[in-house]
Write a protein that binds this ligand. Sequence first.
Ligand SMILES: Cc1cc2nc3c(=O)[nH]c(=O)nc-3n(C[C@H](O)[C@H](O)[C@H](O)COP(=O)(O)OP(=O)(O)OC[C@H]3O[C@@H](n4cnc5c(N)ncnc54)[C@H](O)[C@@H]3O)c2cc1C
Length: 382
Amino acid sequence: MYQTNESLWTDEHRIFRQTVRSFLAAEVEPHIDEWAEQHAVPRGFWRKAAEAGLLGVDVPEEYGGPGGDFLHRLVIAEEIGYSPAGAVMAPSLIADGTCEILYRSANEEQRRKYLPAMVRGELLFGLAITEPDSGSDVSATRTVAQREGDEYVITGAKTYISQASVADAFMVVARTGEAPGAKGLSMIVVEADRPGFRRGRALKKMGVVASNTGEIAFDEVRVPVSNLLGEEGRGMALCLGGVNMDRITWPLIAHAASTRALEETIAFVKNRKAFGQTIFDFQNTQFRLAEMKTELAVGRAFLDDVIRDYQANGQLDTLKCAMAKMWLPEMEARIMDMCVQLHGGAGYMEEYPISRFYTAARLHRIFAGTAEIMRLIVSRSL
Ligand SMILES: Cc1cc2nc3c(=O)[nH]c(=O)nc-3n(C[C@H](O)[C@H](O)[C@H](O)COP(=O)(O)OP(=O)(O)OC[C@H]3O[C@@H](n4cnc5c(N)ncnc54)[C@H](O)[C@@H]3O)c2cc1C
């Protein structure tokens, strides 16, 4: 069981943690091999997650949400990270972060239109920022939304988009003005049934293989101007408004997954024998395990500090979140690598959870802001 600092959570969060755990054990973990084979989670997954109260946890009740808080979101992150399910499909459940962006960016009418259906798991949104020629550098976005009367005409292509093959609608970052760089960017809702909208390939990945990732394209897709989220030219600001949330969520997932990997490894090495003793009996093994346990304790102390800041001030500290997003996935990389090593050949085999934890971990240094971009942010404070 993933142990966190109990003083961080209220009874409500503790009960919610049990709900998440039970949901993962009953509705997700038994299916992960099948979903990994299919390279997708079935549509019914989101309905079931909704019934369990796991979607839009921090959406207020007036928009159909359970009215939880940001910490409920972190509980989900920890539990999905700790579960072997997370190693094959974490981005699917975490993609529910689109509820947070929509709530924060939308006007009253848009909130009422989209949020209740999202919380019920009936309306699935994707977030479409990355393009074939722009990832970290969002200001190089080429997708254009040309205003014609009371419509935008959208043309462009996006890639590496989570839920690309299955989402009903996308929040799309597109260029609406002449202003160069990020200033000309806006965020617009594009429903997948609009003429000219096209889904491209579902991309095959090395890890989190049950989480759909793919391409979408817009060929003069017309949407009403009322699909604009926030104001024109504020697209980058809307993206940035949620980055701290991602930059604590993914480090928590990295920590929880590393914790599970270490536990799996300790159990494995205590059982496996070589040269007349268990692998655990070698001093080298014990030293490596001791190092990993120490790194986990140090990393968790920092995460707790970031969470306590939020509890005290109602907001996340940008610098600390960047540090967490830089350091925790790199700690995870060291731990996953050593855990595979201590498993020997078994660590390379899919039937041992560690092999999937290893490939999933590789993602954590890349998306939601690469480790290099985090270094840039931290460097600005020097
Ligand atoms: C599984 C998966 C799911 C994803 N889901 C989504 C999604 O739902 N929506 C979405 O919009 N995107 C999504 N992405 C895309 C993801 O956000 C990008 O891959 C990420 O932002 C990095 O961009 P890039 O791939 O273009 O790499 P690049 O930006 O081309 O970077 C390549 C390398 O150069 C480095 N680099 C770039 N700029 C600098 C710099 N200034 N200084 C030093 N080094 C630098 C990077 O750190 C990296 O190491 C997903 C990606 C994956 C793998």
